[in-house]
Ligand binder design. Structure first.
Ligand SMILES: Nc1ncnc2c1ncn2[C@@H]1O[C@H](COP(=O)(O)OP(=O)(O)OP(=O)(O)O)[C@@H](O)[C@H]1O
Ligand SMILES: [Mg+2]
Length: 280
């Protein structure tokens, strides 16, 4: 049993106005440096959970009850001004539709400089250095030609990398990625997945990786939580979920997979566990 403090510990119920509860008593913990996969089918409440943690539900007329303790602070109870200092700085967020998340009228550089300026001050050389470093960390060209481009002048895969670069610009201790590969082709999907693994290892940042696809999370995550109709029905290490699924829904998911043995072998638990304080 790991005794280190979790980075994030949530216990939340969430609903939207005029609708019965979407998430019921969802309890999860993420350890520092851990990659936790959250898997569930469309409509199970995955994005709702991501937005609830960052308290971004109000615009959607949603409401969360419970607690989300992040490094000693309850995000649900914090003042909005305090939360603004955490969003984008201590917790990064990457969404699923890269091109609609970027402003089409502004150059990539302008948008990245703005993201830097939201949480940092300093001379323009420092700003430029941080932005170029972030671009390099996601394997994008770290040069002025790229910074001068508009979103319409880059590919969707590059746009997703820009958003990831913006999310890691301030080296957050937690990155929440909500289906970040769903708009991408298979090859680009696997490159982006590998990129999350690299950022986790190199920057030691914890990741809550949300997906409807159990197969993709298997290669990235230390543990997987299965969300079904607003309830976490099972949460465990990758080998455990694939080898010994307990809940009937998880069993159905695993049985629908093509080749479980190959998947378990691919799971990075053994490789990555040493670098993260993974709860058992
Ligand atoms: N603003 C809203 N008002 C009312 N209900 C909503 C609102 N937004 C989402 N919902 C409902 O909440 C439930 C969960 O939606 P959510 O977007 O969290 O699912 P998801 O698991 O992220 O699905 P997907 O995989 O398709 O992205 C769905 O039944 C959805 O219809
Ligand atoms: Mg969603």
């Amino acid at each position: 049993m790991n005794t280190s403090e979790p980075l994030l510990s949530i216990s939340l119920s969430v609903g939207y106005r005029g609708k019965s509860a979407v998430l019921r008593n969802v309890a999860l913990e993420i350890a520092p440096g851990e990659v936790l996969g959250l898997v569930g089918q469309s409509g199970s409440g995955k994005s709702t959970l991501a937005l609830a943690i960052l308290r971004l539900l109000e615009l959607k007329r949603g409401r969360a009850e419970g607690t989300a303790n992040f490094q000693g602070r309850d995000l649900i109870a914090l003042k909005e001004s305090e939360l603004r200092r955490i969003r984008g700085k201590e917790i990064g967020l990457v969404l699923q539709s890269p091109l609609s998340s970027l402003n089409p009228a502004l150059r990539i550089g302008t948008q990245m400089f703005e993201a830097w300026g939201a949480h940092a001050r300093g001379p323009s050389e420092r700003r430029r250095h941080s932005v170029l470093e972030a671009l390099a960390s996601v394997s994008l060209p770290a040069d002025d030609v790229f910074l001068q481009r508009y979103p319409s002048q880059i590919s969707v895969g590059q746009a997703q990398r820009v958003l990831i670069a913006m999310a890691v610009l301030h080296r957050p201790s937690l990155l929440i990625a909500d289906e970040p590969t769903s708009a991408l082709d298979v090859i680009t999907q696997s490159e982006i997945l590998a990129l999350f693994g690299k950022l986790n290892k190199e920057m030691g940042m914890a990741v809550l990786y949300i997906s409807h696809d159990l197969l993709s999370v298997a290669s990235l995550c230390h543990r997987i939580a299965i969300l079904h109709e607003g309830v976490i029905v099972e949460c465990g290490r990758v080998a455990q979920i694939f080898g010994y699924p307990v809940h009937p829904y998880t069993q159905r998911l695993v049985q629908a997979m093509p080749d479980k043995t190959a998947l378990i072998a691919r799971a990075p638990v053994a490789r990555l566990a040493a670098s993260a304080a993974v709860p058992t």
